[in-house]
Design a binder for this molecule. Structure first.
Ligand SMILES: CC(=O)N[C@@H](CC(=O)O)C(=O)O
Ligand SMILES: [Zn+2]
Length: 313
């Protein structure tokens, strides 16, 4: 990466992957990737190798999030270098295979871009997930997609929290992009969610095409929601949940939550209110997969990210 005339010069993005089935019960990504494995015309762009890939085929077969352990937490340095072969948990073996094919993570040989397709049971709409506020290629891509799909909306969730960040499948790429679309129940396909995902992928690939063709993207800003805190359900001494997401908060992803606002409702009807400083913007509210992770929702704060001008080297 070098700077010239204020533009950040980056290599062309020639190797792109689209991951589906990182969670085997999130059906939009599973279905789109299976479709594109059969016929990739829709995702082909000149001079780009775009590989659609089912990352967790055993979980897809069983229509479950994972078999042994969450694949989207498995790409740690320890796991990727672990010895043990067939004795390792299935997803750890799979992470090593994926790292061999699309990585190695952090190396110059790694794929340029990986899109990882997810669904949420939360009412989040279309959300792009970034892992770095300094990835100018990805920031420019976010800006491009947001403009291309307007007046439909697509929000950007930034997770670079030192404790809450996790080791994703897409993290083996130079430019990792998560795409989370909801609400959609686990194991279910909804046409509106499926189409929303499909159209965002189209614009993302168009952006890569324009960049490779030599278009210069001027400096811009991108509004993002930065992950700040994980909020668990209230629990008793045995760890059992004693309250639900409050009806005033349910389905209100991305809406401001202020001190004193209702957050949970106990089984005997008492309201538990938000006590932190605000406003925060909750998201992943009541996500089904997060009960096991002790998480009722995450709080975020709004931030304006600045993207430098980019063009190909
Ligand atoms: C509901 C769900 O699976 N969400 C994803 C978010 C992400 O890809 O970062 C996960 O927890 O792995
Ligand atoms: Zn997922």
């Amino acid at each position: 990466m070098s700077s010239y005339n204020n533009s950040v010069c980056l290599n062309e993005a020639r190797r792109v992957a689209i991951f589906g089935g990182t969670h085997g019960n999130e059906m939009s990504g599973v279905t789109l990737v299976n479709l594109w494995v059969k016929n990739g015309a829709e995702i082909q762009r000149k001079g780009v190798e775009t590989k659609p890939f089912i990352t967790n085929p055993r979980a897809v077969e069983k229509c479950t999030r994972y078999v042994d352990t969450d694949l989207n937490r498995a790409f740690t340095p320890e796991n990727l270098s672990a010895l043990g072969g067939d004795d390792l948990p299935y997803e750890v073996q799979r992470a090593q295979e994926i790292n061999r094919i699309f990585g190695p993570k952090g190396s110059p040989e790694a794929y340029d871009v990986i899109f990882d397709l997810h669904n949420t049971t939360s009412n989040m709409g279309s959300t792009l997930i970034l892992e770095s506020s300094k990835d100018h290629f990805n920031l420019q891509m976010m800006n491009y997609i947001k403009k291309a799909i307007a007046p439909a909306s697509c929000l950007v969730l930034l997770n670079e929290h030192p404790l809450l960040k996790y080791s994703t499948s897409r993290s083996v790429a130079k430019h990792p992009v998560g795409l989370e679309v909801g609400p959609q129940p686990q194991g279910v396909l909804r046409s509106n969610i499926f189409e929303a995902m499909r159209v965002i992928l189209k614009h993302a690939l168009d952006f890569i095409d324009l960049f490779n063709e030599g278009m210069e993207f001027p400096p811009c800003t991108v509004e993002a929601f930065r992950v700040t805190e994980r909020i668990d359900y209230p629990r008793d001494a045995n760890g059992n949940i004693i309250a639900m997401v409050h009806p005033n908060l349910q389905d209100c992803d991305w809406e401001p939550l202020n001190p004193g606002d209702p957050m949970f409702q106990t089984f005997d009807g008492k309201t538990i209110r938000y006590q932190g400083s605000g406003p925060v913007y909750p998201t992943f509210i009541n996500e089904a997969a997060y009960y096991e992770k002790q998480q009722a929702f995450v709080t975020t704060r709004r931030e304006t990210l600045v993207a430098s001008s980019i063009r190909k080297a």
